[in-house]
Design a protein around this ligand. Structure first.
Ligand SMILES: [Zn+2]
Length: 241
């Protein structure tokens, strides 16, 4: 398999994984990976939903060709969220953007993520905020979001959604899934009673112990198995008698 087809497959798998974990928003939302050797961004195309992405639905875009973002058929309007992130933050290898309900709900409040369980620990260093509500369609706007995220794994786009990054597609997928889960648990806990928060220092120590590359590999393998079990073998129409 060539690097090109391998990276397209990664985007397809990550798209389907996050679709099952709260990121599905019909045909909206996108995932990309970056190949630094060829300075190419591999990004899900506009049209199909995250849940049904195939490698053929992934566009290869030269990072520094901003003009092509407006002329390439089926390019998402907010692709600058990806390209400007790769330009400004060389350590980023993959980017996720969508509107998962719990994270998007938090983006519409002044609430912040609290350290309540193992999911939240991945964000012990904080979640960034970009509180201006607008579609991010121009390179300058994409750059503002890339500046806002700083060294965080995620930024809440006010009243809009999230951008989540990682050094690889595995880390970005893990962070995306875990962020939405952590905020969902916080939402439930808040409705049950007063929050009992974990001390920040302990949270940081535990996160460093838990979240290693081997853990991401284990999760990625689990997600791929899950897609196999629940994915392509299901026929489009099933008789009921
Ligand atoms: Zn959006």
């Amino acid at each position: 398999m060539t690097a090109d087809s391998y990276l397209k497959e990664q985007v397809a798998v990550a798209s389907r994984v996050i679709a099952r974990e709260g990121y599905a928003d019909l045909t909206l939302g996108h995932v990309s990976v970056f190949d630094p050797d060829t300075e190419t961004v591999y990004i899900k195309r506009k049209g199909p939903g995250l849940h049904e992405i195939e490698p053929a639905d992934v566009l290869a875009h030269p990072l520094y060709d901003d003009a092509a973002l407006k002329t390439t058929p089926h390019m998402h309007f907010e692709a600058v969220l990806h390209t400007e992130m790769y330009k400004l933050r060389p350590g980023v290898g993959a980017v996720v953007h969508s509107h998962p309900p719990y994270s998007t709900a938090m983006s519409a409040t002044n609430a912040s993520l609290r350290m309540l369980n193992h999911d939240s620990l991945l964000f012990a260093d904080g979640v960034a905020r970009f509180d201006e509500f607008r579609l991010i369609t121009e390179p300058l706007e994409g750059r503002e979001v890339a500046e806002a995220i700083g060294d965080c794994r995620a930024v809440l786009l006010g009243n809009h959604g999230v951008v989540v990054v990682g050094p690889s597609i595995g880390w970005a997928t893990l962070a995306a899934v875990t962020l939405e889960r952590a905020i969902r648990i916080q939402t439930i806990a808040t409705s049950l009673g007063d929050l009992r928060e974990l001390p920040l220092e302990a949270a940081r120590e535990y996160a460093a112990t838990k979240y290693k590359d081997a853990y991401v590999e284990e999760y990625w393998a689990g997600w791929v198995r899950n897609l196999r079990v629940n994915g392509p073998s299901v026929p489009r129409q099933v008789a009921f008698d």
